[in-house]
Design a binder for this molecule. Structure first.
Ligand code: HEM
Length: 144
């Protein structure tokens, strides 16, 4: 998959998340929940704007998702385990995300999962349809 295709996929991911969020908005009358959902929509919109800018720049270096094109092997990913000062990366659906500074991945672990691994299946069973990945920086890809 080339950078252009990765960006298009990420735009589609954000659009899908927005569809899910709008569905939730129809069903809630709680103003606090509504505000949270509207903030999510804003976040997706700014992601899409940034990705579109990246595509316009040819997925160039100044897009926020710089580095998305770097290829990892499972062995290389395993070094990014968040230990000994190393960053903490995880793979989901062939895309590498940086969870180093994400509070839910404190100590480079998350509900028994450890960084430096492919967590595609666990993501599907725990967060399907949730706007979680759009909060993480993309740092590369890994063939599946
Ligand atoms: C064993 C399966 C999993 C369970 C039970 C689980 C559960 C949870 C729960 C309860 C939260 C919200 C509470 C918190 O902030 O700590 C959360 C947040 C999060 N999870 Fe998972 N998770 C799982 C797998 C994954 C996987 C595979 C990823 C891969 C990227 C992931 C990424 C995240 C992220 C980034 C957040 C923080 C979202 C934010 O910043 O608001 N989780 N998870």
């Amino acid at each position: 998959m080339n950078d252009h295709e990765i960006f298009i996929n990420m735009i589609n991911d954000n659009l899908n998340e927005m569809g899910d969020t709008i569905d939730c908005l129809y069903t809630t009358s709680n103003s606090c929940v509504k505000n949270k959902l509207l903030n999510r929509l804003r976040k997706n919109m700014s992601n899409i704007a940034a990705l579109a800018q990246g595509l316009q720049n040819g997925a160039g270096a100044n897009s926020p998702q710089a580095g998305a094109g770097r290829m990892f092997t499972p062995e290389e990913l395993s070094r990014y385990n968040g230990r000994n000062g190393n960053p903490a990366y995880v793979a989901v659906n062939g895309i590498i995300y940086d969870v180093t500074n994400n509070a839910a991945w404190g100590g480079a672990t998350h509900f028994g999962l450890t960084a430096g691994t492919d967590v595609t299946n666990q993501f599907a069973s725990c967060h399907a349809g949730q706007p979680v990945l759009s909060k993480l920086k993309v740092v590369g890809k890994m063939p599946r």
